[in-house]
Write a protein that binds this ligand. Sequence first.
Ligand code: PLP
Length: 405
Amino acid sequence: MKPIAKSSKLANVCYDIRGPVLDKARQMEDEGQKIIKLNIGNIAAFGLEPPDEIVQDMIRNMPHTAGYTDSKGLFAPRKAVVHYTQEKNIRGVTVDDVYLGNGASELIVMSLNALLNDGDEVLLPSPDYPLYTAGVALSGGTPVHYVCDEQSGWFPDIEDIKKKITPRTKAIVVINPNNPTGALYPVEVLQQIVDIARQHELVVFADEIYDKTLYDGVSHTSIASLADDVLFVTFNGLSKNYRSCGYRAGWMVVSGERRHAKDYIEGLNMLASMRLCSNTPGQLAIQTALGGYQSIKDLVAPGGRLCRQRDLAYELLSQIPGVSVVKPKAALYMFPRLDPKLYPIADDQQFAYELLAEEKVLIVQGTGFNWSAPDHFRLVFLPNSDDLTDAIGRIARFLDHYRKR
Ligand code: PLP
């Protein structure tokens, strides 16, 4: 028989957050070993259940939500999203501009597929949330990474963005608050990106899925609130701010300059229709969540569980020789640096394997986020303080052995 090969469309598609190191961890778990997982931002799995009102509404809505809906979604939750855009000062959004999805992920891939022709370039952050790089590659586009600068607190390097624009650049992705670095971008940085997008007629894809997961009293500005003459596609959802990853409830808002984007919007509508609709109980959960007050706020406030865990992880990591880390202002992640003089890592996936095998701690290697050097890793600070202390203690022990090899 002829071998059945995967499509060549997947040749450059990579998603290491759920890659080979996770497969190894699963195998170890099947053998009965306990793994401490610092690899995925799956909040509910760490005892941080979704707000009760959302759970109860999911249950109540289940019996009468077995039918398809409009492909963009039900009117009422889309209207709730419109109100949310008003709170965030994004102007001129109507229900027609809102698409509901099975998580933001589905909509991210859809929006890239609808835009890109073979060889079209998209500017993506490095480090990135790898779905974007994978989605661009799957759509036939060419990912072009701009550097986020660790020295500046991981803000996008505006000069690097400018240098990387070519006649084929179609769009720029801005992940703010950021995964994997935990950075929150100041308005001035966002404004500079908007100016570049205006000048080069780029679509701005804005991922704001962590926009309520904020520490130290900082506030978030939606990049789409900064201009009316640039096309913005903003992604958000319940997975993180409402601890409901498994309900697969996300949304996408098209805003700004839409007059010249009729054809693209037709493409979005076509792809939304092809997947019929997103899951209906999840759609209604969006209405419940946005109409209520139980987001992640208490957990991220000073003294809240996530805030305490962020502080603890930051302190413990900073004490390890040769490890430095920018303290996150937002989200659930840190992206520590390993000084190459102390830790001459040639292959950081191998590094992650060895950490898993020796200490049973699962992290994701930095190159999995399209970071070019093997000198970073991402850690999720979701486990409770005891588990986090244990896990970082194990990382410290592993690094101590690594240094002395
Ligand atoms: N965008 C970012 C930046 C993320 O970190 C994640 C999940 O980790 C997603 C999107 C996916 O969100 P969803 O669960 O809504 O598909």
